[in-house]
Write a protein that binds this ligand. Structure first.
Ligand SMILES: C[S@@+](CC[C@H](N)C(=O)[O-])C[C@H]1O[C@@H](n2cnc3c(N)ncnc32)[C@H](O)[C@@H]1O
Length: 231
């Protein structure tokens, strides 16, 4: 099977199940026009994130990696009434594009966008004593995923769902000799999920491979459990 076929199937599914949406379409168009990389989640993946958030009736979401705000809009629209989403982005130019897209989707009052490297903005959030988040979506630089997951755990509560994107990396996840820092980050992340005491005690996780218009990759879903009830 080829990437062309995955993309065609993704298009088929999207045409039937993901209704056209001016704000989301505009977010992709303005991101492309501004030269942002085409690395947002696919429409089908965006809707999956939205459905998970809606099913869990989440009131607070933390997102790491905003890009042009595409996944942000999908997620923020799933919030229960009165809900809030905080999204973290390192690149000021991307953040500017995202801010306009989020406002265009009517979500400026719901979404707080913090510009800066997540390893600096996450400790700030924690120091402010921010309420724990119901759902956390980790989708920033891949090499730092183990560190992001540790922060996510600090900012979560039992029952929170932590979703991490791009964990399969074209299958390179299983290559112990992989030199790509992103692959190494995802290998380390899985090793920690399997054996780090703090992780093992506090989360029950699995990883799902995906194919589609964004290639061969996958998500890790981790449910935060009461201490000692992980795995
Ligand atoms: C895969 S993209 C996010 C895509 C977005 N979640 C979506 O699906 O629409 C990753 C983003 O993380 C940002 N990023 C990279 N390193 C970062 C860091 N240290 N802190 C915060 N954001 C970072 C990149 O600038 C990029 O916008």
């Amino acid at each position: 099977m080829s990437r062309e076929q995955w993309t065609a199937v993704d298009r088929y599914v999207t045409d039937l199940l993901v209704a056209p949406d001016p704000a989301l379409d505009r977010a992709l168009a303005t991101s492309a026009a501004a030269g942002l990389p085409s690395i947002a989640v696919s429409p089908a993946q965006g809707k999956m994130l939205h459905l998970l958030a809606r099913a869990l009736e989440v009131r607070t979401i933390l997102e790491l990696g905003t890009l042009g705000g595409y996944s942000t809009i999908w997620l923020a629209r799933a919030l229960a009434p009165g809900g809030r989403l905080v999204t973290l982005e390192a690149e000021p130019q991307y953040a500017e594009v995202a801010r306009a897209n989020i406002a265009g989707a009517g979500l400026a009052d719901v979404v707080e966008l913090r510009v800066g490297r997540a390893l600096e903005t996450l400790p700030q959030l924690a120091a402010e004593g921010h309420d724990p988040f119901d759902l956390i979506f980790i989708d920033a630089d891949k090499k730092s995923t183990p560190d992001y997951f540790r922060w996510a755990l600090d900012l979560a509560h039992p029952g929170s769902l932590i979703i991490t994107d791009n964990v399969i990396r074209d299958g390179a996840l299983i290559d112990p000799r992989a030199e790509d820092p992103g692959v190494q980050g995802m290998r380390r992340f899985h090793e920690l999920l399997a054996s780090d005491e703090a992780f093992v005690q506090r989360v029950s996780a699995t990883t799902i491979q995906t194919v589609g218009s964004k290639g061969y990759d996958g998500f890790t879903l981790a449910l935060v459990t009461p201490a000692g009830e992980g795995r």
